[in-house]
Design a protein around this ligand. Structure first.
Ligand SMILES: [Zn+2]
Ligand SMILES: [Zn+2]
Length: 405
């Protein structure tokens, strides 16, 4: 067994390929199978960051400007001033890299309009390939051309380039047209809520749940995929202009709990999963916490990973922001991919607590879905009908996930 543990350590170091066949457990001549890949219970996990020292910032992580060929009336300045007007803290303009042969750096990023005094601007692009789309996110400029150039290589090559660039890579619209067709081992997050049309995300949610249950700690995020802005004059309208009323910046809105108001902190929060998604900038934000020792204070929040002690923990879900005081929200808790419980909450700061015992050995994860009457988004007036009852979703709280997976 010791040998196997050493071997797993080597593999975690990324040095070994395909020599597993040399492991043998046949000392008695019989097949006494021991699976070297069985989930381990991590002995030591990284400490959990403060659940109070930080700032909630909202934004959009999938927007196309005029540097994407099929976009219309969506200059960078128009997007940024709009984002500011709805109270955003960050945004990433993700133009199609194939429209500029990978040279995002000399198109979107050098646009004189690509600057803001109030918004955190992430550097990124939509990696647009024959095997589907992904978004790259970075706090600082990086060599996107390299990611573009490697797009038709095997996943192992793509993954190495991505790692070398030090970027956050995210699977876009993982089901349907242009679905992400690479391994989920090379991404940090998955777009589980694309555009205001909530119903088309059902398969994305199924993929996410499967990836979580298989041990991948993968952040779920949103992205409007907005392409079309309001024309400056009626003669500038295009055939796609009407979509501006049903899907635009903020449908949906992604919230991050960042340690500071900086680009690196936003990317880190995204990677760590301290993230929830709301239907629009005015919809309430769902927050999900766990109190492990039941002393009344939260010890961890969504995205965090702790050791299961075998003792009960108290979980708290709250809706913050502008809730509809007269309406009742339905909160669904999903545990390990299955329905765990359904709760009704209402009031000014709707809150619900439940108790459960995460397993002492083996992985456990919980995530939350909030449904109810959506808040109005008058600037995108037809979006609410498309979003239906969907209000918000959280990222999971994790137990016993292997940080070296
Ligand atoms: Zn796409
Ligand atoms: Zn897109």
């Amino acid at each position: 067994m010791k040998k196997i543990t050493q071997l797993k350590n080597i593999i975690h170091g990324g040095l070994l390929m395909g020599i597993m066949t040399c492991i043998s457990n046949t000392s008695s001549g019989q097949s006494a199978h021991s699976n070297p890949w069985a989930p381990i219970d991590p002995v030591k996990l990284p400490p959990i960051a403060s659940v109070t020292d930080g700032v909630w910032l909202k934004g959009d992580l999938h927007v196309h400007s005029r540097h994407s060929k099929e976009s219309s009336n969506n200059a960078v300045a128009k997007i940024l001033s709009y984002a500011k007007s709805v109270g955003f803290g960050f945004i990433c303009i993700t133009d199609h890299d194939n429209h500029v042969d990978g040279d995002v750096a000399h198109n979107t990023w050098v646009d004189p309009e690509f600057r803001s005094d109030s918004l955190v601007l992430l550097y990124g692009a939509e990696w647009t390939t024959t095997r589907g789309h992904g978004n790259a996110f970075s706090a600082t400029p990086y060599d996107h051309q390299r990611l573009f150039d490697v797009r038709d290589q095997r996943d192992v090559v793509v993954g190495a380039v991505k790692k070398g660039l030090g970027i956050h890579l995210s699977a876009n619209h993982p089901s349907g047209k242009d679905n992400f067709g690479y391994s989920y081992d090379i991404v940090n997050s998955i777009e589980v809520w694309n555009s205001s049309l909530w119903s088309k995300n059902a398969n994305a949610i199924m993929i996410w749940d499967d990836m979580l249950s298989s041990g991948r700690k993968l952040t779920g995020r949103g992205g409007s995929d907005a392409h079309h802005g309001t024309p400056d004059s009626p003669d500038k309208a295009t055939a796609n202009t009407p979509t501006r009323k049903s899907n635009y910046v903020g449908t949906p809105t992604t919230w991050v709990f960042a340690t500071t108001r900086s680009a690196q902190a936003v990317v880190d929060a995204l990677t760590n999963g301290r993230v929830s998604v709301s239907a629009n900038p005015y919809s309430p934000r769902v927050e999900f916490y766990a109190d492990l020792d039941q002393d009344g204070k939260a010890d961890m929040m969504m995205g965090d990973n702790a050791k299961g002690t075998g003792k009960p923990a108290k979980f708290r879900i709250l809706l913050s922001g502008k809730t509809d005081a007269d309406s009742t929200y339905t909160v669904r808790v999903v545990k390990n991919g299955s329905e765990f419980g359904t709760y009704k909450i209402s009031g000014k700061t709707p809150t619900i607590e439940f108790t459960d015992t995460p397993a002492a050995t083996g992985r456990t994860w919980y995530r939350v879905v909030v449904e109810g009457r959506p808040n109005a988004y008058p600037q995108v007036p037809e979006s609410m009908a498309l979003t239906g009852n969907m209000v918000a979703l959280s990222n999971p709280i994790y137990f016993n996930f292997d940080p070296n997976f």
